[in-house]
Design a protein around this ligand. Structure first.
Ligand code: PLP
Length: 424
């Protein structure tokens, strides 16, 4: 229709580059979430809260590199960290002093990380942490939430996964999915697997699954089950870690896990994965001479130095202000969606938000509702409309950086939403 026609006319150079990329990459991309109809915008430069695309348009970025750039594109922390790493040599492949410095900072923010290892992505972190849990418990089943996304590894991308990730792989037979926040059904499934479950891995706020926060009583059910059965509770904090406060989200929700994974904001835009937690659990690596970890680039100085500088700046950053601004912004959007002739809902927590276009109206938005009732065509139209209004979104929303604070309170962004809601 007319939106896609206008889009194609506006983003000419992107289209040209996308045609080329389709000959080089399956679906033209390296991560399918980056593709959307009629074709994705190709970026040229990112700075502050802006992206400049291949045609030279300046777009407000709400995606912020898969939510990682919490201090903004080209933050001082990134610059200082890169400079330090360049001077140090970008890749040592050794035990280096920067990893010790970074680990001490991470541990100061999250004292529950008594022992940890670094890797280069959240995917690796969840893969390794579940391997640790299986070794420690001697059990094989991993329980995850329906719609939970823990990266591209075969164990955890099976079960029931978000719409963009098709499940596959024999290892998935060892993965059991429970309905997020559904206490009764989850308790039933847990009981059926109480003897064979190594760990429950859960996002305290489901990110890709729709911006839904775990109910404290739901987390308590998981904690109680784990305590009773010797199962390990893992919080996948690849999105939530350092997003809502300096460290883990767990003090905000009141339930403490045994193990954690971190990524994204924990190094402010540089490739990072962190896994760890209880020392007695992590010690299994030593005790069993377990091969967990590895990675040519694990603990490389670029990631370590940018991580160090990021955590230093985040320590004094005003998270309360960012969270509050995020809440206010979501409230404004929610008010807008009330008047629309189609069902649209805003979810999120603090500086993180999604907008959902559904095929029916619902009283409560759960991950199950999002998984089964998302109107993908409308969402795609909306994303294109937002780009026509010069805003880059993901799941029709995004995650604000500290550099967004001014933009969140002026009307440019809300106007872009208002216009886009009207266009579709
Ligand atoms: N866990 C969660 C909760 C995520 O959102 C993601 C990434 O989107 C991952 C794990 C995987 O992290 P990465 O993309 O760095 O491999």
């Amino acid at each position: 229709g007319i939106i896609f026609d206008k889009y194609t006319a506006k983003f000419k150079k992107s289209k040209e580059l996308y045609e080329k990329s389709r000959t080089l990459f399956p679906n033209g991309v390296c991560h399918d979430i980056r593709n959307h109809p009629p074709f994705p915008v190709v970026t040229d430069r990112c700075e502050g809260i802006y992206m400049t695309d291949a045609d030279g348009h300046q777009l407000i970025d709400l995606w912020m590199g898969h939510y990682a750039n919490i201090l903004g594109h080209g933050s001082d922390a990134q610059k200082r960290g890169m400079e330090r790493a360049l001077a140090a040599g970008v890749h040592h492949g050794t035990l280096n002093r920067y990893q010790i410095e970074y680990a001490e900072l991470v541990q100061r923010a999250i004292p529950e990380l008594e022992s940890m290892r670094f890797c280069t992505s959240g995917t690796e972190a969840t893969m390794y942490v579940t391997r640790v849990a299986r070794a420690f418990t001697g059990r094989h089943v991993i329980i995850k939430a329906e719609g939970g996304w823990h990266g591209g590894n075969s164990v955890l991308s099976t079960g029931v996964v978000p719409p963009f990730a098709k499940s596959s792989g024999p290892e998935g037979q060892k993965t059991v999915a429970v309905p997020y926040n559904d206490i009764e059904k989850t308790a039933e499934i847990l009981r059926a697997h109480s003897e064979e479950t190594a760990a429950i891995i859960i996002e305290p706020m489901m990110g890709s699954g729709g911006g839904i926060t775990a109910a404290p009583e739901y987390l308590k059910l998981l904690r109680d089950f784990c305590d009773l059965t010797g199962t390990l509770l893992i919080f996948d904090e690849v999105i939530t870690g350092f997003r809502f406060r300096w460290g883990s989200i767990w003090p905000l929700l009141g339930v403490k896990p045994d193990l954690f994974t971190f990524g994204k904001a924990a190094a402010g835009g540089i490739h990072i994965g962190i896994y760890g937690g209880r020392r007695d659990v992590m010690d299994i690596i030593t005790k069993q001479k377990l091969f967990v970890g590895g990675g040519t680039y694990s603990a490389n100085p670029v990631a370590m130095c940018v991580g160090i500088e990021t955590l230093k700046d985040l320590e004094t950053a005003d998270y309360d202000k960012l969270n509050k601004a995020g809440e206010d912004f979501r409230q404004k959007l929610t008010a807008m969606t009330k008047d629309l002739p189609y069902p649209a809902y805003v979810t999120g927590f603090g500086s993180f938000f999604c907008v959902h276009f559904l095929d029916a109206r619902f009283e409560t938005i759960t991950p199950q509702v999002i998984m089964t009732h998302t109107d993908k065509d409308r969402e795609n139209l909306f994303k294109a409309a937002m780009l026509l209004n010069n805003v880059f979104t993901m799941h029709a929303g995004g995650a604000f950086s500290f550099m967004h604070l001014d933009e969140m309170t002026n009307s440019k962004l809300t106007e872009a939403y208002r216009k886009s809601f009207e266009m579709i």
